[in-house]
Design a protein around this ligand. Structure first.
Ligand code: MG
Length: 163
């Protein structure tokens, strides 16, 4: 078993659509960034790659590369999951916390779990997401952007016990 953590933060940008966990959330400012700004996907990718000691989102999908401009971060997550399976790792479970004052995360949790699980070829039961506010403190409290924490547990095929 190996464990990895991931963190990401993005500024809100009123000119963009909000995509979080692969889900379009209408009626709220989006997130700035080179890709679609999906901080949930980015933090999760870093947790997965970190667990495998296989680099990070920036090393595999550099923002300096025009190829990733406006990229669908769910596609990047799919590629990160493939990097792990190529190294004979299986994901056991992932857990994600989104920290923001708005939007409310709760109503979108099930759709996000479905999108993220699909991209990693996992069951929904292996994917947890929850929202927290920052109690109106600091930059998150002022609504300047949001932050995401993620943790991933993975298992190596060579040590996996037979069912
Ligand atoms: Mg990011």
């Amino acid at each position: 078993m190996r464990i990895g953590t991931g963190y990401d933060s993005h500024r809100f940008d009123a000119e963009r659509e909000l995509v979080l966990g692969g889900v379009l959330i209408p009626g709220h400012a989006g997130l700035s960034g080179h890709s679609d700004g999906d901080a949930v996907a980015h933090a999760l990718i870093d947790a997965l790659l970190g667990a495998a000691a296989a680099g990070n989102v920036g090393s595999h999908f550099p923002p300096t590369d025009a190829k990733w401009k406006g990229a669908d971060s769910i596609e990047l997550l799919r590629q990160a999951a493939a990097i792990l399976s190529n190294r004979d790792f299986e994901v056991v479970n992932v857990d994600i916390t989104v920290v923001c004052e708005t939007p409310k995360i709760g109503p979108h949790v099930e759709a996000m779990r479905e999108r993220l699980a699909g991209a990693m070829s996992l069951t929904i039961a292996q994917v947890s997401i929850k929202g927290k506010t920052n109690e109106r403190m600091g930059w998150i409290g002022r609504g300047e952007g949001l932050a995401v924490h993620a943790v991933a547990l993975i298992e190596s095929g060579s040590t996996r016990s037979p069912l």
